[in-house]
Design a protein around this ligand. Structure first.
Ligand SMILES: [Fe+2]
Length: 442
């Protein structure tokens, strides 16, 4: 739920609406209708469901309340495509989403068109500020689902024995949205050394944490409040695949003393020997990506991704370091150049990329935005004074404040317009299917 005021006019909102909604469809262009039915793990959803659910959000929280005379596209859709809003309607079990062969893809696309035309009508009639804020919330919600759509299809293709490639490298193929032409350059030249790791010191003291000023934010970024920090240092870049391979080679997954108790249990229960999508290839590894299979030698200086909080914590312990708290991370990010830039979805790369050469960014902490979400050691909790919104939209963030940990910074599949230095992502500590990586702290 948003509580910050949107400053966009109806016409600016309409332009952003068309751009975000078009981007979702563009991301589906490389997919077949059959691809869009797959739910390869209970935590993921089929692409067709993402298409319908994001339309459902506008229908349920914008059009029903703010467009007089709005007619539902289908009376079953309000409950069928509800995700988890108990105050709104019932909903099917999440693991059953791949059973939705009906409605078919064509009907889901007509549903999106029906909703789009209604939102355009609403925006044409000088909507009240609350309606504009709800539309902005719906667009941020859709951007979250764009990232999920890609991480879910990566998981689905990894499970497929023939390992389909979402977007091959090579001749450019336009996905239909600006900025999404695939990059043809190598993710990192074979054997190229990683940028040297150093630690950037940050002062302790009283720091302000949380969103301020105009512009959209989620309720979990509020209220802005003060936090006391001891002096600390952050690694100048993310941990690379090559460095993580050294941890594996040193028996990292077999040494219980490196692991949190729940982490060690997860290693045993799941048979973890490497990050998700790594497969041993004689004496090295291959990594499955949205660009197809990549040898470790090619990804060695790119950030390691698809690790759980437990693996991030064990690596940090092995390296004699620790993970940052979310407050240390945010205080450091506030000092970075604005607006935030990095290897985000809009780069079209779809892979974590090596840090730039140190000469270009001396005294700066690199990769704070994009590449991989960074696990922090902070439990996901409400800030002091946090109050979820009333009604169904109060369920957006607040009810997940137990058993999850905060990640910061965005990833290579996060839309650029979606990320802020105050943005708090959160997942259960065993989660590996997101682009989640590691930054060391001390
Ligand atoms: Fe959702």
């Amino acid at each position: 739920m948003s509580t910050a005021v949107t400053t966009k006019s109806p016409s600016d909102t309409a332009a952003r609406y068309r751009s975000v909604r078009g981007q979702t469809l563009a991301l589906c262009e490389p997919l077949t209708p059959e691809d869009m039915m797959v739910q390869s793990t209970p935590e993921a959803s089929p692409a067709k469901w993402h298409l319908a659910h994001t339309a459902w959000f506008f229908e349920s929280f914008v059009l029903g309340e703010f467009l007089p005379g709005y007619r539902l596209f289908n009376p079953d859709f309000p409950w069928l495509f509800n995700s988890y809003y108990l105050s709104f309607a019932s909903f099917p079990e999440k693991r059953l989403r791949s059973s939705f062969s009906r409605p078919g893809l064509a009907e889901v696309l007509r549903y999106r068109q029906h909703v789009d035309e209604a939102v355009e009508r609403l925006l044409d009639h000088n909507p009240q500020p609350e309606a504009l804020q709800r539309i902005e919330l719906g667009l941020n919600h859709e951007e979250q689902h764009q990232e999920l759509l890609l991480t879910d299809i990566l998981n689905a293709f990894h499970l497929n024995p023939i390992r389909p490639v979402y977007l091959p490298e090579g001749p450019a193929k336009n996905l239909g949205a600006p900025g999404l032409e695939p990059e043809t350059g190598e993710s990192s030249p074979p054997g190229s050394p990683s940028c040297p790791l150093r630690f950037q010191a940050f002062p302790g003291g009283l720091h302000e944490i949380g969103h301020s000023g105009p512009g959209f934010c989620y309720d979990n970024e509020l209220p802005r409040h003060r936090v006391w920090l001891e002096p600390y240092a952050l690694a100048s870049r993310l941990v690379t695949c090559g460095e993580f391979a050294e941890f594996i080679a040193d028996g990292g997954y077999r040494r219980h003393e490196l692991w949190l108790s729940d982490g060690w249990a997860a290693v045993g229960r799941n048979g973890w020997q490497a990050p998700l999508y790594w497969a041993r290839d004689s004496d090295s590894w291959n990594l499955f990506t949205l660009r197809g299979e990549q040898p470790l030698a090619r990804m060695a200086s790119a950030p390691v991704s698809h690790v759980s909080l437990f693996e991030a914590d064990a690596y940090a312990r092995w390296a004699g370091r620790r993970l940052a708290t979310e407050f240390e991370w945010e205080a450091a990010a506030q000092g970075q150049s604005q607006p935030l830039t990095g290897n985000l979805l809009d780069s079209g790369r779809l892979l974590p990329a090596p840090a730039p050469e140190p000469a270009q960014s001396e005294n700066q902490v690199q990769q704070m935005t994009g590449d991989c979400w960074e696990w922090t050691s902070s439990a996901y909790l409400g800030y002091p004074g946090y109050t979820p919104a009333a009604g169904a939209l109060g369920e957006y963030n607040g009810k997940f404040m137990s058993g999850t940990m905060v990640l910061r910074g965005g990833s290579c599949v996060t839309p650029a317009a979606h990320i802020r230095s105050t943005y708090r992502n959160f997942f259960a500590p065993q989660t590996r299917w997101q682009f989640s990586g590691i930054r060391l702290a001390t």
